[in-house]
Design a protein around this ligand. Structure first.
Ligand code: SF4
Ligand code: SF4
Length: 715
């Protein structure tokens, strides 16, 4: 089951014309797709649009009613390829994935889609994972849109506007025969609000109304000579058609303001932050009205030249607010104004940072530089200076109180994660065979590159752990150990690293962490979950897939059995000349398991059933206080506390109540021959008479042996 269920929220997707819809941005986007009359939809999970795939899966019944085909895809390339349905047929469709990594994977399909263009509206909804909350490399979807000439929407984060722009995107796509991309930042995806619904539309062609005859049109195949004509059409016909549509439908917006000689040009997605920053300076109100004239670009590519020239003509200076780099929009605005003979001074990255997220404090600093240079007639040069001084004084005060900056808190594995013991085992095996180069991958397991493991020398992409080892593996004394999750394996690991190794007869060790879900993105189902997002059984088997492409050396091991993982790793590393050696370390994602089991356990306790749970503890009297168990395990519930022994100074290791009883710490201590301090305790809730009798007997025998009475409580 995915991390979050939308089974209640999706009921609102049935609302009709005039009814109010309340919810998050992601739900609003889904409703807008249904109102647009799509025939198919698909996607691959990834923040910040993971929940869109979850919503679609939860709304499958409604999709079926409307005859919409839903595909939860194996990767982004598969999702983007679905849009080929709109090349020859007048049918609308949408796909979703995260950017920039997903857009990179989808690039081939996107190029081949945009070259012939589309008849039916094709929309690509990408989660723009940029800035401080991002989990990936910092690049922009803008570059992808520009290179393939796919129009890029960046809606102002307001639900009604987002819904309207989704619908407009399909119209724009059809008016210009070009796919449209919509970038949604994290702040737009999780924005809450309300909008007025329209009726859901049933498409002309769908699973319920079939296309009778296939269409063949050689001009729509992306091969020469058609590609030459397609390129001409892109620039001579489709681009002008898009500009005309954007102008006619007023896709971009202006807030007039009362300041007359300066203005801001901003990406639509930046609007809420810009207003928050202006509000702090007293230059905007709570309703989004700004004293500074704003040109809000809900479509950031292509720009509409005459609209921008018109906005700038009567202004001495404008500031382009464009998050991320390079500064595509700023450079385009300069060129557009130059061509139009408008002499307005354009500022942008000379006031605001070239890279990084534009949070309110960064924007205010940039506004200060802009106002100091431009000196707007009505508000003067120092509108932001005093405010900045007060912020800086507060920051200094906070630092004085704290005494030092707040330490960084890097992300780590969950309590009881089955991936942690495998990295503990990799640390241990290196003590026996020497250091190994580890080719890491994307997933929760990438946290192993951080403290306390610091395992993983490179990360090249999702499912590419093994493929990225091949340039190096033949030059290393010890074979490279590559890591891959089962999510990465099905995403592209099988067809890249594994297939390459077998085809080229490469040597190598691959550890597949089989936890059963796409955990890092919210526990979406993958082929090794055993069922798809619609709970239909999947017959796909990871080991069979490996054997199917020719892998012969495979060992299965339970991820929590540290000693066994160490032995298996040792065998794999030392089995030179045996080609690719694969270890499948299996253990269900603990977060998913807890989520599944907790409600069942709580219900059983409530109805008086005997329930036993295991947790681990540390005997304070035998703990030496060297904390090697913490360095090897990294479990968040394994911490330190002061000892009650007055003769000892060092704090001892301690297990908090958060322990889920996975046993990794004890296994690690055993495999590393650390110390005997760990004990396992079975906590019985609703004990039977027999449990009480056995407990009483034990307590009295132990008390007798210790020569004193000891009280132990069974809850
Ligand atoms: S979500 Fe699952 S796999 Fe990921 S760190 Fe948590 S327990 Fe481990
Ligand atoms: S303290 Fe040990 S048994 Fe408890 S969750 Fe952490 S690693 Fe698992």
């Amino acid at each position: 089951m995915p991390e979050r269920s939308f089974s209640q929220e999706v009921k609102q997707l049935r609302t009709g014309a005039g009814e109010a819809f309340e919810g998050e941005g992601i739900l609003a986007v889904t409703k807008a797709l249904l109102q647009s009359g799509i025939s198919y939809v698909g996607g691959y999970q990834g923040a910040p649009v993971s929940a869109l795939v979850d919503v679609l899966s939860d709304a499958n019944e409604l999709l079926q009613d409307l005859g919409i085909h839903l595909e939860t895809c194996a990767n982004e390339a598969g999702a983007a390829s679905m849009l080929s349905a709109s090349i020859n047929y007048p049918i609308r469709g949408a796909v979703t994935f995260k950017s920039i990594v997903g857009t990179n994977v989808a690039s081939d399909a996107l190029s081949n889609l945009s070259s012939p263009g589309v008849m039916g509206g094709a929309l690509i909804i990408v989660g723009e994972d940029y800035g401080e909350g991002s989990s990936i490399i910092q690049e922009r979807s803008h570059a992808i849109a520009m290179k393939s000439q796919i129009w890029l929407m960046d809606p102002r984060p307001e639900l009604q506007r987002i819904v309207d722009l989704v619908e407009k995107s399909f119209e724009l796509s059809e008016a210009s025969n070009t796919p449209v991309m919509m970038e949604l930042r994290i702040r737009a995806c999780h924005l809450s609000g309300r909008f007025e619904s329209r009726d859901n539309k049933r498409a002309k062609y769908s699973q319920r109304d079939l296309i009778q005859n296939p269409v063949f049109n050689k001009d729509r195949i992306s091969l020469p000579p058609a590609t030459y004509i397609q390129e001409k059409l892109k620039v001579d016909v489709r681009w002008p058609a898009a500009i005309e549509f954007l102008r006619e439908h007023r896709v971009n917006e202006t807030i007039a303001g009362d300041v007359t000689d300066v203005g801001f040009i901003l990406q639509g997605g930046m609007y809420n932050h810009v207003i928050a920053a202006l509000r702090a300076l007293g230059l905007a109100d709570d309703f989004g009205n700004s004293r500074i004239p704003l040109r809000i670009l809900n479509c950031v590519y292509p720009l509409v030249p005459d609209e921008l020239a018109e906005f700038c003509r009567d202004k001495r200076a404008v500031l382009v607010i464009e998050e991320g780099q390079p500064n595509f929009i700023e450079n385009d605005v300069k060129a557009i104004l130059s061509d139009a003979g408008v002499i307005t001074k354009v500022s942008g990255k000379n006031c605001l940072p070239m890279a990084g997220e534009y949070v309110a404090a960064v924007l205010i600093d940039g506004f200060n530089k802009f106002f100091s240079n431009a000196r707007p007639k009505e508000i003067g040069a120092y509108a932001a200076t005093e405010f900045l001084k007060s912020i800086q004084a507060n920051q200094r005060k906070a630092l004085d109180i704290l005494g030092a900056p707040v330490p960084a808190r890097p992300p780590g594995f969950c309590t009881g994660c089955p991936e942690r013991p495998v990295f503990g085992a990799i640390k241990l095996v290196q003590e026996q065979v020497g250091k190994v180069h580890v080719s890491a991958d994307i997933g929760c397991h990438s946290f192993a590159t951080l403290e306390p493991f610091k395992i993983g020398n490179t990360i090249l992409g999702y499912g590419l752990g093994l493929a990225s080892s091949t340039g190096l593996s033949s030059m290393m004394k010890n074979p490279v150990v590559s890591i891959m999750g089962d999510g990465g394996f099905w995403h592209q690991g099988l067809t890249t690293g594994v297939a390459n190794h077998i085809f080229n007869k490469d040597e190598g060790v691959l550890v597949i962490l089989k936890n059963g879900y796409s955990s890092a993105t919210g526990h979406q189902h993958i082929p090794s979950t055993g069922s798809n997002s619609r709970d239909q059984a999947s017959e796909m088997d990871l080991e069979k897939a490996l054997r199917g492409v020719g892998v012969k050396w495979i060992e299965n091991v339970a991820a929590y059995r540290v000693g066994k993982v160490v032995n298996s790793l040792k065998r794999a590393i030392l089995a030179r000349g045996k080609g690719l050696r694969v270890i499948i370390a299996e253990g269900e994602c603990m977060l998913a398991r807890q989520r599944r089991e907790k409600p069942i356990t709580n219900a059983r306790i409530k109805q008086g059933d005997r329930v036993m749970r295991t947790r681990f503890g540390i005997d304070e009297s035998t703990c030496t206080g060297d904390h090697s168990c913490i360095r090897l395990s990294g479990c968040p519930t394994l911490t330190i506390k002061s000892t009650s022994d007055p003769l000892r100074k060092n704090p001892v290791a301690h297990v908090t109540d958060g322990c889920v009883g996975c046993g990794n710490c004890g296994e690690t201590a055993h495999a590393a021959i650390l110390c005997p301090s760990f004990y396992k305790a079975d906590i019985i809730q609703n004990p039977t008479r027999w449990d009480r009798f056995v407990h009483g007997l034990r307590a009295s025998v132990i008390g007798m042996l210790q020569g004193r009475e000891k009280q132990v409580v069974v809850s």
